[in-house]
Design a protein around this ligand. Structure first.
Ligand code: NDP
Length: 453
C-alpha cells in the first residue's frame, strides 16, 4: 500500500507544482488513509483519493478597484470548489497577501474532511484574494469587496456554494460582500455565513471556532479524567479564533498567557483576564492596531517582535499545559513542537488550519500527547455556519443557548468519531488518523453512491 500512496503523492506534486501547502495537506491525509485502503480495496479501484485531490472546479479572476487616491489597483480572486458529494460547497474566504492557488487548495482539501466530520450536509470549498485589508480605509475595503463579489456572485448561491470568513475577512467584509450580492442578484438569501446578527447571522457564529477548539480540548482532557481548570495555555494569533479561545479557556478556569499578531507576541504571566481580553477585542476589531500596544498598557507583559531569521517561534517556548495555535499554517515546526513537549505541554488543540508541519505533528503523535488536529478541533466554526444556513432556510433565529448547545454537542460527536475511528483502525488515541479517516469515509461513500461524476 505504501507504494501506492507514495505514487499518489508523487503524482500530486508533479501535477500541482509550486504548491507546497497543498502537497503537505494531501500527504498528511493520504498517510492516514493507507489504513483504510488496506481494508477497502473498492476505494482504491474507484480511485477515490485520485478524485478527491482534483478540485471539481477552480475559479480565478481579476479584481480591479480604485484606492482613495483614485489609483487603479489589481488583485487576484479565487474560489476553489473542491467537493460537493455531501452538500453545497462551504468554506471561508481569506484576504491576505500570502494567498495563492496552492494555499487555497490546501484549505479547500482540508475543508472537505472537516465539513464531513461536523455531521452536517456541507461539501468543501475555499476562496479569497491576495488583497491585504491591513492599512486600508473602510471605503477601500468596501470597493474591493464590491469588485470581488461582482465576479464571485456568478458562481455561488445558497444551494450551490456558501462562503464565510477566514483570515482578513470578518464582520465588516462579510457585510460589504453580502450587500453587493444582494444588489446584483436582487435577492436576500443565505449566500454567506458570518452575517450581522440583525440581518440573518447566527448567534455564537463569531465565537464558534474558538469555543469549539476549547470544547475539543476539554473532551480530550476528559479521556484522562482531567479538565482545563487551572491549566496554563499558550495561544497564538489575536484575531477571531484566538479571541474566543481565550474567552472560553477563561470560562473553564484556565489561564492564557500569550497571544500574537504577524509582528510579534506578548507574554503575560498573570494571564489574559476578561478586562485584558476586552482591550484586545477593541484593539483588533475596532481600532485595528498592533498587539505590541498590549505591553504598553499592561506593564507586566513582555512584547517580543518577530525575528524572521530565527529557526523557531519563542511563543511556543514557555512552560504550559496546553497550546491553541490560532494564527496560520505551519506556525509550529519540528523545533517548536520539541520546545512545547520540553515545556510540559500535553494538549494541543488546533484552531488555525494546518498550524503544525508534518514532522512537528509526528513528534506529538510519537509522544502520545492529546493532539487534536485542525480538521477536528476547529470544525466548530463551519458547524455553526451550517446552523446559520439551517436558520436562514427556516427564516428563524435560534437563541444563544440553543446554538451553543448544538455546537457543544457537535464537538463532542466529532471527538467521539475521532476516538472510535482511530481505535477501529488500530491506532487508538491517534486523533489525526481518526479525523482523516472519519471525514473520508462519509465523503467516499457518497461519491460511490453518485457514480463517476
Ligand atoms: P483573523 O484574521 O481574525 O486573525 C488572524 C490572526 O493571525 C491575526 O492575529 C494575524 O495577525 C495572525 N496571522 C495571520 N497570518 C499570519 C502570519 N502569516 N504570521 C503570523 N501571524 C499571522 O483570522 P481568524 O482568527 O479567523 O483565523 C485564524 C486561523 O484560524 C486561520 O488559520 C484560519 O484558517 C483558521 N480558521 C478560522 C475559522 C473562522 O471561523 N474564522 C474557522 C476555522 C479555521 P495580523 O493581524 O498581524 O495579520
Amino acid at each position: 500500500m505504501s507504494d501506492y500512496i507514495d505514487q499518489l503523492i508523487a503524482d500530486v506534486k508533479a501535477k500541482n507544482p509550486a504548491e507546497p501547502e497543498f502537497h503537505q495537506a494531501v500527504e498528511e491525509v493520504a498517510n492516514s488513509l493507507s489504513l483504510v485502503l488496506d481494508r477497502h480495496p473498492e476505494y482504491r479501484s474507484q480511485k477515490m483519493l485520485e478524485r478527491m485531490v482534483e478540485p471539481e472546479r477552480v475559479i480565478m479572476f481579476r479584481v480591479p478597484w480604485l484606492d482613495d487616491r483614485g489609483d487603479v489597483q489589481i488583485n487576484r480572486g479565487f474560489r476553489i470548489e473542491m467537493n460537493s458529494a455531501i452538500g453545497p460547497y462551504k468554506g471561508g474566504l481569506r484576504f491576505h497577501p500570502s494567498v495563492n492557488l496552492g494555499i487555497l487548495k490546501f484549505l479547500a482539501f482540508e475543508q472537505v474532511f472537516k465539513n464531513s466530520l461536523t455531521t452536517l450536509p456541507m461539501g468543501g470549498g475555499k476562496g479569497g484574494s491576495d488583497f491585504d485589508p491591513k492599512g486600508k480605509s473602510d471605503a477601500e475595503v468596501m470597493r474591493f469587496c464590491q469588485s470581488f463579489m461582482t465576479e464571485l456572485q456568478r458562481h455561488i448561491g445558497p444551494n450551490t456554494d456558501v462562503p464565510a470568513g477566514d483570515i482578513g475577512v470578518g464582520a465588516r467584509e462579510i457585510g460589504f460582500l453580502f450587500g453587493q450580492y444582494k444588489r446584483l442578484r436582487n435577492e436576500f438569501t443565505g449566500v454567506l455565513t458570518g452575517k450581522g446578527l440583525n440581518w440573518g447571522g447566527s448567534l455564537i457564529r463569531p465565537e464558534a471556532t474558538g469555543y469549539g477548539a476549547v470544547y475539543f480540548a476539554a473532551e480530550m482532557l476528559a479521556t484522562r479524567n482531567d479538565s482545563l481548570e487551572g491549566k496554563t495555555c499558550l495561544v497564538s494569533g489575536s484575531g477571531n479564533v484566538a479571541q474566543y479561545t481565550i474567552e472560553k479557556v477563561n470560562h473553564l478556569g484556565g489561564k492564557c498567557v500569550t497571544c500574537s499578531d504577524s509582528s510579534g507576541y506578548i507574554y503575560d504571566e498573570e494571564g489574559i483576564d476578561k478586562d485584558k481580553l476586552d482591550f484586545i477585542m477593541d484593539l483588533k476589531n475596532h481600532r485595528r492596531g498592533r498587539i505590541s500596544e498590549y505591553a504598553e498598557v499592561y506593564k507586566n507583559a513582555v512584547y517580543t517582535p518577530v525575528d524572521h531569521t530565527a529557526s523557531h517561534n519563542p511563543l511556543w517556548d514557555h512552560k504550559a499545559h496546553c497550546a491553541f495555535p490560532s494564527a496560520t499554517q505551519n506556525e509550529i515546526n519540528a523545533k517548536d513542537a520539541a520546545n512545547l513537549l520540553k515545556n510540559g505541554v500535553f494538549v494541543i488543540s488546533e484552531g488555525a488550519n494546518m498550524p503544525t508541519t508534518n514532522d512537528g505533528a509526528k513528534l506529538f503523535l510519537d509522544k502520545g500527547i492529546l493532539y487534536g488536529p485542525a480538521k477536528a478541533a476547529n470544525a466548530g466554526g463551519v458547524a455553526v455556519s451550517g446552523l446559520e444556513m439551517a436558520q436562514n432556510s427556516q427564516r428563524l433565529a435560534w437563541t444563544r443557548e440553543e446554538v451553543d448547545g448544538k455546537l457543544h454537542r457537535i464537538m463532542k460527536d466529532i471527538h467521539r468519531t475521532c476516538v472510535d475511528v482511530s481505535e477501529r483502525f488500530g491506532t487508538p488515541g491517534n486523533y489525526l488518523n481518526g479525523a482523516n479517516i472519519g471525514g473520508f469515509l462519509k465523503v467516499a461513500d457518497a461519491m460511490m453512491d453518485q457514480g463517476v461524476v
